[in-house]
Write a protein that binds this ligand. Structure first.
Ligand SMILES: [Zn+2]
Length: 534
């Protein structure tokens, strides 16, 4: 029955309107080659396929082409095509369904379609020598290679091709034939299959893709790496006006400088321009070279960075003199949070040293031994409680006030802590005040006034860390106020982007492979948010 329909469609195709795509191309994306033989392998046994031309005809058409050829409305053509494709898949599945256990394990059928292909003569005539680039090379026997391509129906599909050795009669050079449908000599999957892997990777992990397509996880990773490498081999730096430089702590590698990466981004488009190991000036050496080579230095008007001074020298040395340095909102708040955390840590150290002193006092006292023991136990208990308190509320201290307000219990815990430790209270209030400057100041002038008030207030507290922060702000005020000049610069996305990188690091595939990690960072802006990821 199915054969009948296919044959019927087959007959309906007039010879002169033949669609040019070959059956091989429609399945594998390979052109310039022809199928010499095809067989189905199953449970270690193989069987030649004879009626392949029937399948061939089915593989060449899409609904539009079919509607045109049959002179039928598209929806009728679509229905017919559906039947054909089902029939094709049924044929492809090789009569019997796959065993269930196996299917569950691999998500695939256990039968395999192997197409033995050979280069067409027209392609052979165009072969040139790799040494002297002249035509007329003589192919010799070579080794057979099996290359994975798109599935056909429920079958895994491979092409088997002889990688011939070539000899050039003009210069005598011997070399291996290059296959045009793979991206690298090492690849064991076709170009088209590589793209399938990369598209699948957008929504699934490496191991999921490997299981679904029935390949090794290394194949998935290598394919992705090759495609990304080709995409990000050169990054166009022309027209870049505002860049953000940021360093990030990553847990990759043992060597000291491997712990940091420096990322440069285009703040207008969100593109990643550079990813390098290490931090500071040295990490941007190569980036400066690329800027010079692409003549993009003049275009850069604004650089966004943190206040650590690590990139000052680099900017002065490599960029235009009138480039504006901006310290963005995210980095200022981050620095403040570091100080708040430090004050909390100091409070904890104070508790520890108080307890130690008290214990020493008790040890030397002449009172009743049992009483001393009880007092010592009490002091230790008190220390444990304070420590738990100061440690447990760390996150609350760094959270935004409006976020905590939604949780009454957390708010109460925070309030108790702030009431107990005056320094922490002062730091917390000043942190929130700093945030409010960014939330409310409309103009640069207004912000300047508010920052000055803030500095005075911070100094009045007489807390070392807050005074240090006041000095940092005072020293960097021009750059901090630059934020209001360049409000449009997507500063908020710095934080979002850093979180994305952290998420990338957390993923299980191990970033001891820095090249791969680097490419993944380049590709991050294209990453679509997946459910359950963040
Ligand atoms: Zn030659």
């Amino acid at each position: 029955m199915i054969y009948a329909i296919i044959s019927c469609v087959d007959l309906a195709v007039p010879q002169e309107k033949k669609v040019h795509k070959s059956w091989l191309y429609s399945i594998t994306g390979i052109s310039g080659y022809q199928v010499v033989a095809q067989r189905i392998e199953r449970h270690g046994r193989s069987r030649e396929i004879r009626n392949a031309h029937v399948l061939a005809r089915c593989g060449t058409l899409d609904a539009g082409e079919l509607a045109f050829l049959l002179d039928k409305p598209p929806h009728v053509a679509l229905a017919i095509l559906g039947i054909i494709l089902n029939a094709t898949a049924a044929l492809a599945a090789c009569d019997t369904p796959p065993s269930r256990g196996r299917r569950r394990k691999t998500g695939m059928s256990d039968s395999t379609l192997v197409l033995t292909i050979a280069s067409r003569r027209s392609r052979d005539e165009g072969l040139t020598c790799r040494g002297c680039a002249k035509t007329g090379v003589v192919p010799r026997k070579g080794e057979t290679r099996r290359i994975r391509c798109h599935d056909f129906g429920r079958m895994r599909c491979y092409v088997e091709v002889e990688v011939r050795r070539m000899r050039c009669p003009k210069c005598g050079r011997l070399f291996k034939e290059r296959l045009p449908f793979v991206t690298s000599p090492k690849a064991r999957v076709t170009r088209a299959f590589e793209w399938l892997i990369v598209t699948e990777r957008e929504t699934a992990s490496i191991s999921d893709v490997a299981r679904k397509l029935g390949v090794d996880w290394r194949t998935v990773k290598d394919a992705e790496k090759r495609v990304l490498e080709a995409e990000y081999r050169t990054v166009d730096l022309k027209g870049v006006a505002r860049i953000g430089i940021d360093e990030l702590y990553v847990f990759a590698g043992e060597r000291k400088n491997r712990k940091y990466i420096t990322v440069v981004r285009d703040l207008d488009t969100g593109r990643v321009l550079n990813v390098s190991r290490g931090k500071g000036e040295a990490a941007l050496k190569e980036f400066a070279y690329r800027l010079r080579r692409q003549k993009a230095i003049k275009g850069i008007k604004c650089v966004c960075m943190d206040m650590s001074n690590a990139y000052f020298a680099w900017v002065a040395k490599n960029l235009d003199k009138d480039v504006l340095i901006v310290f963005d909102h995210f980095h200022v708040i981050m620095k403040m949070n570091e100080h708040v955390n430090n004050i909390r840590r100091l409070a904890m150290a104070q508790v520890n040293s108080d307890t130690r002193r008290r214990l020493a006092e008790l040890a030397e006292s002449d009172e009743d031994k049992e009483a001393v023991r009880r007092l010592m136990l009490n002091a230790k208990k008190k220390q444990d409680k304070a420590r738990e308190y100061l440690k447990g509320n760390m996150r609350l201290l760094l959270m935004n006030a409006e976020d905590i307000a939604e949780h009454p219990k957390a708010q109460a815990r925070l309030d108790r802590m702030l009431a107990k430790y005056a320094d922490i209270n002062a730091a917390y209030l000043l942190k929130e005040k700093l945030r409010s400057i960014y939330a409310h100041a409309k103009t640069k002038l207004e912000a300047a006034g508010l920052f000055r008030d803030w500095i005075a207030e911070a100094r009045a507290t007489k807390v070392d860390d807050l005074a240090a922060m006041a000095k940092t702000i005072e020293d960097h005020l021009t750059g901090i106020l630059g934020f209001w000049e360049f409000r449009g610069a997507s500063n908020a996305s710095v934080e979002g982007f850093n979180n994305k990188i952290r998420w990338l690091i957390k993923q299980a595939y191990g970033y001891h492979d820095f090249r791969y990690f680097r490419l993944k960072v380049f590709d991050l802006p294209n990453l679509k948010p997946r459910s359950g990821d963040c």
